[in-house]
Structure formats: C-alpha cells, structure tokens
Write a protein that binds this ligand. Structure first.
Ligand code: GLU
Ligand code: ZN
Length: 300
C-alpha cells in the first residue's frame, strides 16, 4: 500500500491538513506500506517557498515521516505538456477562449439554466467546433489558451458496460471508495456516461496561465508515485470521476480512494488557509502537543 499527502504551499497547514496527513500516514503504517509527500505547486503565483518549508516543519513536528524524494509538481511541467500533446493528437482537446462571463451568458439562454458541476460551471460547448471544421489536432497545440477535454468523446471512449443490481445496463466508469463521500457514498461508485457529459462536462485540462490543471497533474502524479490509496478530503469526492476518465484515457491504473470528512470550525464552516488561528504552527506556539492535535481532529 502506498498513500500520499499532497498539499499546496499556498498558506499554513491547518487542522484539516493535519487530519488528512495523519490519516494517510496511519493507513500506510498499519499496512506496512509507504507514505509519500507531494508538493502541489502548479499555481506559481500563490505558491511560496516559505510555505513549502513550513509544510516540512509542521509534518515533522506532527511525527510524520515520508519517503524521499518529495515530488514537486513544478518539476514536472514537461510531463504534463507531453501528456497534453498526446491527448491533443488524439483529438480529445479543444482550445477555449471563453471568459467566465461568456460561459455564464451562454448558460442563461432559455432552457439551459446555469448548472454547476464538480469543476464549477458546466461548460456550454461554445468553442467545441473548430473554425475550419477540421480536427483541432491538425493545428499545433496552442500553449496560450485554455484546453478543455471533449468529455462526450472521452466518455464514449472510456465508459464500460455494466449491469447493475436491478439488472439495468449502464455505460459507466467506476472506482472503489473505502472512505465515504459527502452523502456517505462508499463501496463501488459508478458514474454513468451521461452524467460525465451533462453533469461534469468539458473540464479545463490546461489552464492558459499554468500550462496544466489540478485534474491532469493529480492523475499523472499519483500514477508516477505508484499511489495505491488516495486519501483526501470529501470536497474532492465529486472530482474523482474526472480523474477516473483521465486514468482510462492514459491507460493508468485507478487507485483505491479514501475520502475523509472535513474538519470544521464551531460554526460548521470548513477550515480555510486564511483561518490562521487553526494553523498547526499556532497550536504549536501555544504549547499544544502532537497528541493534542490527534485528539482535536478525532483520531484518538
Ligand atoms: N493539493 C490539493 C489540496 O491542497 C489536494 C489534492 C488531492 O489530494 O488530490 O487541497
Ligand atoms: Zn470556450
């Protein structure tokens, strides 16, 4: 078993991060497996070396040790670019020049209604057709525009035939959930083709400003690190179907997922990076011990 913790160095680690890291570390340790660390720093504007240093410091203080080397996404831009070239050549991507405003406007057209998917507004398809009518891939891959995944093509290429418990035939992709989604979803989780296309849509795989995206990077990196169990917050449960589609497109294995509850404050709000009062460093400075932190997040 190989688990990982994949923080973004864009602020201090808080109790929610501590919970995620300790849970993944415990799972690996109990199974005699390995725990890996990955620094998710594709957002070059918000990522800071001092936050990365603080991650190492906080984790070490929590009693967490990780196998070297640490993977850093900023070292892997070449890998992401090659993967995008591959999808581009297979015609699964198209450039998109829409602004958020364009998308909202296209969606307020009668009968469409602004629908939200796990990746934000569901893209109405404005740029899906090329201006020339020829396949997009006949032109070189643009590096300065958003590239979206043509989800209906992707879905029809990766969805598999399943017969569910009531004997109905579904075209779907699935993954094993050993934790739980926000509505206690667990076991074998299936997403049908139609939901991929209509409920998720043409997600951005390369952002103009980053040359990649969270979805693309996380899938390639988990595979490159040989992660067998992805432990992360329930906020990412809905995005998992996108990751499974990408794993199938790249012929990568689908890990087992373990989504965990989110740590909330007294008012029920989930903790954010700006909640400095909940930062691990602050607890440490106030004299808390690592076992106090374990207790606070409900790990013992
Ligand atoms: N880097 C992401 C975050 O800080 C986590 C991604 C993941 O675990 O898949 O929320
Ligand atoms: Zn567009």
């Amino acid at each position: 078993m190989i688990t990982r913790f994949a923080p973004s160095p864009t602020g201090p680690l808080h109790l929610g991060h501590a919970y995620s890291a300790m849970l993944a570390h415990d799972l690996a340790l109990n199974a005699g497996g390995e725990f890996l660390l990955r620094i998710e720093d594709i957002d070059r504007i918000r990522s800071r070396p001092e936050w990365e240093e603080a991650i190492y410091e906080d984790l070490a203080w929590l009693g967490i040790s990780w196998e070297a080397p640490v993977m850093r996404q900023s070292d892997r831009m070449e890998v992401y670019s090659e993967a995008l070239d591959g999808l581009w050549a297979r015609d699964f991507l198209f450039p998109c020049t829409c602004t958020r405003k364009d998308i909202a406007a296209a969606m307020s057209a009668p009968q469409e209604g602004a629908a939200m998917g796990p990746d934000g507004l569901i893209y109405p398809g404005t740029c899906r057709r090329s201006h020339t009518g020829l396949p997009h891939s006949l032109a070189p891959r643009p590096k300065d525009q958003h590239l979206r995944l043509y989800m209906s093509l992707a879905a029809s290429s990766v969805c598999e035939h399943h017969v569910n418990r009531s004997g109905e035939t579904l075209w779907s992709v699935g993954f094993a959930e050993e934790g739980a989604g926000p509505n206690d979803e667990h076991g074998w989780i299936e997403t049908d083709c139609d939901t991929l296309t209509k409920g998720i849509g043409d997600v951005v795989l390369a952002r103009r400003d980053m040359g990649t995206s969270y979805h693309l990077a996380v899938v390639l990196d988990d595979a490159a690190q040989g992660v067998t169990h992805v432990t992360r917050g329930q906020d990412l449960f809905e995005a998992t179907a996108i990751h499974v589609v990408l794993q199938r497109l790249f012929s990568l294995p689908t890990p087992i997922y373990h989504h965990h509850r989110l740590i909330r404050d007294e008012t029920g709000r989930r903790l954010a990076k700006r909640d400095d009062g909940r930062s691990i460093r602050r607890y440490r400075e106030d004299g808390a011990t690592p076992s106090d932190i374990r207790r606070l997040v409900g790990l013992e």
